[in-house]
Design a protein around this ligand. Structure first.
Ligand code: PGA
Length: 249
């Protein structure tokens, strides 16, 4: 049985005092869950969040990183730096980074390799635009993105990657993919992984759904056969709402 991983993506929100308060509030509400609870916070919240989450079941992640270990890359943060303070997860290739910050399949691939080299768990985002969905291209786009992201990884690394299927048209729009469509897309990704890395790997890899997940639709989505939890944006900014999503089952 694959574990469900419920990850919050705060994006560019929350000052450190709010982050600490959030984690203090969330801690008792999620302490009994069997699901993996992750909060992906801004860089400036990482240290405070790690301290606040000490001795809890809440894991802390970053939202991006650079693939080089160190060097003349003004404004960037490396996987090694994240690891050095105790970060466990990192989101890679979020559609907002692909769209606004020139992230490509190639840089996503380099970042995943650097994440593994530093023992960080990557949450890799793939997803189609509305145009691609309407032209019937969605499954093709997301399976290609997956293939390029994972190129050159070992089977063991692929099995330890988390993929977040996030249709771009569903992010922050209040429009959620139907649970059937989301499951179909995630099945297509899993089948591709089975073709490339074998069935054992595809059975092990965790694939989340993301895009307007909230407490009122989490259960329906996460109970689908192939959906292993979610990457949650807007609804992860309120502790009570996020706790309901974590405790959906
Ligand atoms: P949303 O964002 O839940 O606000 O749609 C999801 C994401 O971008 O990861």
């Amino acid at each position: 049985m694959r574990k469900k991983v419920i990850a919050g993506n705060w994006k560019m929100n929350m000052l450190p005092d709010a982050a600490i308060r959030f984690i203090d509030e969330l801690t008792p509400m999620v302490k009994n869950t069997e699901n993996e609870v992750v909060l992906c916070v801004p860089y400036t919240d990482l240290f405070y969040s790690l301290l606040a989450a000490q001795n809890t079941n809440i894991k802390i992640g970053a939202q991006n990183m650079h693939w080089e270990e160190s060097g003349a890359y003004t404004g960037e943060v490396s996987a090694k730096m994240l690891k050095s303070i105790g970060v466990e997860y990192v989101i890679i290739g979020h559609s907002e980074r692909r769209q606004y910050f020139a992230e490509t399949d190639e840089t996503v691939n380099k970042k995943i390799k650097a994440a593994f080299a530093n023992e960080l768990k990557p949450i890799v985002c793939v997803g189609e635009t509305l145009e691609q969905r309407e032209s019937g291209d969605a499954l093709n786009v997301i399976t290609m993105q997956t293939q390029k992201a994972l190129e050159g990884l070992t089977e063991e690394q692929v099995a330890n990657t988390i993929i977040a299927y996030e249709p771009i048209w569903a992010i922050g729009t209040g429009k959620t993919a139907t649970s059937e469509d989301a499951n179909e897309a995630i099945k297509a990704i899993r089948n591709k992984i089975s073709d490339l890395y074998g069935q054992n790997t595809s059975n092990r890899i965790i694939i989340q759904y993301g895009g307007s997940v909230k407490s009122t639709n989490a259960k329906e989505l996460f109970e689908m056969s192939d959906i292993d939890g979610g990457l949650v944006g807007g609804a992860s900014l309120k502790a009570e709402e996020f706790a309901k999503i974590v405790n959906y089952n």
